[in-house]
Design a protein around this ligand. Sequence first.
Ligand code: C2E
Ligand code: CA
Ligand code: CA
Ligand code: CA
Length: 279
Amino acid sequence: AKRAGSGLLRHFHPAMKESLRQRIGLESALREALDRQEFFLCYQPQVCADSGRTVGMEALLRWRHPEYGLIPPVHFIPLAEAGGQIGRIGAWVIDQACAQLAAWRQAGHAQLYVAVNISPVQLIDPGLEHVLLKAVAAHGIQPGELELEITESVLIEDPDRMVERFLALRELGFRLSIDDFGSGYSSLSYLRVLPVQAFKLDRSFVDGLCQDATSFEICASTIALARKLKLDVVAEGVETEEQAHRLRELGCPVFQGYLYSAPLEAEAAGLYLAQASGP
Ligand code: C2E
Ligand code: CA
Ligand code: CA
Ligand code: CA
């Protein structure tokens, strides 16, 4: 018998048909992933440009599927946002990151913050405050020790509403940073009212820093702007000594990238911290 939907699929290129099937499989696997404990966090150090000391750790979500293997966040985060699971998954990330910071505190790392990525879908949910406060209280850490990275692109669609969300989170004491700064085409005028503590200079500009004049100028002016506004700035995706050297000359205070470390599983990140902070 002819199955419903086959008429539609017949016109797809075979490769597309396969990817559609994969996508549907992924969506249903994603609904179960949290309960099956298939998620874990990796942590990537953010290091002081001068001393090399680790000042922060960015938590990056990983999904290990029993059949498909490791699925990168760029593939499943959009599915989780569209499918309504991002709230629960994001809450798990926040709780897990707070638990990890508390453990590192116990191990003697006093000056350290943990950064988590907040999806735009999470940001507009008024339940986010409760999730955050519950996590910091459960693990005995201060809101100011948790940094929320929010991508610049959230400011494009409904900036006034987003500014209100930033203000509400800042009022509770959380550290806020603008992720992918410079890539979102948002208006700089919002900087007057956004209560943020840091910018993260987008990796694409750091990539081009040593090759093209435009990237260099964007890095230079972002760093200068941050310094004038008395904000921190973290350069993302620092891969070479030459990039680090140039960024240091431009006055960038914090670096993150493969030159220092790839994202590490919790245990390896703990070892990195123990080594980097010396005897
Ligand atoms: P992002 O927040 O911009 O994270 C930085 C990405 O750059 C990470 O990719 C990191 O592994 C990668 N990276 C770090 N250093 C280097 C480098 O030196 N060179 C290169 N080429 N890449 C580097 P990852 O872990 O695949 O994450 C991709 C994106 O997925 C993140 O971009 C973030 O937007 C999102 N994401 C990750 N974890 C979460 C999460 O827990 N929640 C949400 N909502 N989004 C997340
Ligand atoms: Ca980030
Ligand atoms: Ca980023
Ligand atoms: Ca990015």
